[in-house]
Design a protein around this ligand. Structure first.
Ligand code: FES
Ligand SMILES: [Fe+2]
Length: 384
């Protein structure tokens, strides 16, 4: 159980909030690279409570600035991308790619130099654009080259899921919630005779042990299954702060849980189909549709996870919960989050899953994972 103050600290994502300042020390995915094209060079994206504009110039380079003009708040989405910057459509103020206002047509004097909108560095990896929203781009860590993003020996696909109507932390806590799979996925599939039954047997084994440990990247987790298909399952770690790395049948996957704002989260799924022929990274968007929160949402493992995440509340109130021994991974993760927030408040950099060493960053591989032996697994979309 947390106090209200502790819960706010861990869940708030806006600029200037303790949690938001921590999340800004990590590169966050924006959108698939191929979405920003010569024909459609601009896209609005809300992330960490900030409305951003991603745009590409004639040379194909991609930039990210605050969406709204500092003059009278027109959206720069309708602006003109020009050599050296973007010009607002309303009265023509122009900003360079670093957000500095450089022209104020029809104004006398030189007030432009005093006007600046936020601008953030963008990098590309594996078909995805990432942004660093920390206070000092010069101190940004390296964009981590996770194996799923950096490997070039198999086909990679990106799926942008609909917006989730809840705070990012309840989605990420699920990543260290080892035992939930038995009832939410296994038992649920059997009792309701769901399509997930074909693979649900994997999760419907008695859990005889579970453990967690702090590691370089976040939190390692193991689970021991008994019964007639015993197994010690070693999954890749929770990647701090907001990534799930998981094998899904023949696909090695990353799930980025990106806060849109305090009450909404975008999930970008990236999957590398092992053994496939490499080719250009493809992407797709799952259409937005209102959730009914009825049984019809339970048809997939992902749907089963999503209904519990969202029905916990827009921002889950952790002042009323009753944790048990099976929640030790969650407690460990919250403690790690609180400690890292404290570091940033003291003016230090976070030290979990932050990479500054080019050699280490050649590729960050998670080899220790046991492969889940799902029955009939062509592609199992597992949310965690
Ligand atoms: S609102 Fe952008 S130039 Fe006036
Ligand atoms: Fe799950």
């Amino acid at each position: 159980m947390l106090t209200k103050e502790q819960n706010d600290r861990l869940t708030q994502v806006g600029a200037g909030t303790p949690g938001g300042e921590l999340l800004r020390r990590y590169w966050q995915p924006l959108c698939p690279t191929d979405e920003i094209t010569e024909a459609n060079p601009k896209k609005r994206i809300r992330i960490l409570g900030e409305d951003l504009l991603v745009y590409r110039d004639a040379a194909g380079k991609i930039y990210c600035v605050a969406e709204y003009c500092a003059h009278r708040h027109a959206s720069l989405f309708f602006g003109f991308v020009e050599p050296g910057g973007i010009r607002c459509c309303y009265h023509g103020w122009k900003y360079d790619h670093g957000g500095q206002c450089i022209e104020q047509p029809f104004e006398k004097g030189n007030a432009a130099s005093k006007i600046k909108i936020p601008a953030y560095p963008v990098q590309e990896l594996g078909g995805l654009l990432f942004v660093y929203m920390g206070p000092d781009p010069a101190k940004a860590p390296l964009l981590p080259r996770w194996d799923v993003m950096a490997r070039d020996d198999a086909k990679r696909n990106i799926i942008v899921l609909p917006i989730h109507n809840c705070n990012w932390l309840q989605i990420q806590e699920n990543t260290v919630d080892t035992i939930h799979t038995y009832y939410l996925h296994g038992h649920m599939s059997v009792v309701k005779n769901l399509p997930t039954l074909a693979q649900g047997g994997y999760f419907y084994r008695p859990i005889t042990g579970f453990d967690w440990a702090v590691c370089r990247w976040g939190i390692e987790k193991t689970c021991t299954y008994g019964g007639d298909k015993p197994e010690l399952e070693i999954r890749p770690p929770l990647i701090f702060p907001n990534i799930l790395r998981i094998p899904e049948g023949p696909v090695e996957a990353l799930h980025f849980r990106i806060p849109v704002d305090d009450e909404r989260t975008r999930i970008i799924w990236v999957g590398l189909r092992m053994g496939s022929v490499p080719g250009p990274t493809t992407f797709e968007y799952v259409p937005e549709k209102p959730m009914s929160y009825g049984d019809e949402e339970l048809q997939t493992f992902y749907g089963q996870d999503r209904v519990v995440w969202e029905t916990q509340g827009a921002i889950y109130d952790r002042t009323t919960e009753n944790l048990g021994a099976t929640d030790r991974g969650i407690v460990m993760f919250r403690r790690m989050l609180a400690e890292q927030i404290d570091r940033v408040e003291r003016g230090e950099d976070p030290n979990v899953a932050v990479v500054h060493d080019e050699a280490e960053n050649k590729m960050i591989v998670f080899e220790s994972a046991t492969q889940p032996a799902y029955d009939n697994a062509e592609h199992v979309f597992v949310a965690s």
